[in-house]
Design a protein around this ligand. Structure first.
Ligand code: IMP
Ligand code: MG
Length: 186
């Protein structure tokens, strides 16, 4: 048995992810200068793998900070309730801030983060999301950098979890139905 056996289909291969993340890093590097003293805010937990790869392709001076947001229970459907579980370590007033998120689904989490961080008066605020599910959007939220647009399927890997597992898969995959629905599911 391997963790990979729970994956029904690979949606985005490791190779495709790595190539796109490098492109995103170059695009981000073209927007900022060293003088901006960019602050990259990683939204935990889902964005930690993406952040780790992305930051190594961002060729301008930047610091990183972390914020943990909870919007889901153990299931695959958003509760719509957004909470800050861990806040940034420092003020972002006057800073150029780039939020790095794993996936934008309904848009509620990112909308909350955007509005919350805006009140702290950053010099600029942009968003980089690895994945976006446009068909699921309930709240329109501007995305400055997007890795991939994907269909309405629950995906895991490369930081994204199901019930806290599968974050370590090096690709983005779709779980077999029996994994999240249970063996006796209809
Ligand atoms: P939203 O608030 O509905 O946009 O949901 C955003 C958050 O839900 C993301 O940061 C993820 O943590 C989680 N999420 C949404 N879709 C998926 C998915 O397909 N797999 C894993 N997590 C997801
Ligand atoms: Mg997340």
């Amino acid at each position: 048995m391997s963790l990979h056996d729970d994956v029904g289909r690979v949606l985005i291969s490791e190779q495709a992810l790595q190539a796109r993340v490098a492109e995103l890093g170059r695009a981000i590097s073209a927007v900022y200068t060293d003088a901006d003293h960019l602050l990259i805010v990683c939204v935990l937990k889902g964005a930690f793998v993406f952040l780790a790869d992305l930051t190594r392709h961002v060729d301008v001076w930047h610091a990183v900070d972390f914020m943990e947001i909870s919007s889901y229970g153990a299931g695959t459907v958003s509760s719509g309730v957004v909470r800050i579980l861990l806040d940034l370590g420092r003020s972002i007033e006057g800073r150029h801030v780039l939020v790095v998120e794993d996936i934008v689904d309904s848009g509620r989490t990112l909308d909350y983060i955007r509005r919350n961080l805006s009140t702290r008066r950053p010099a600029s605020l942009r968003v980089c999301a690895l994945l976006s599910k446009p068909s699921r959007r309930e709240v329109e939220v501007p995305l400055d950098f997007v890795g991939f647009e994907i269909p309405d399927e629950f995906v895991v890997g490369y930081g994204l979890d199901f019930a806290e597992g599968y974050r370590n898969l090096p690709y983005i995959g779709v779980l077999k139905r029996e994994v999240y629905a249970g063996p006796d599911a209809p």
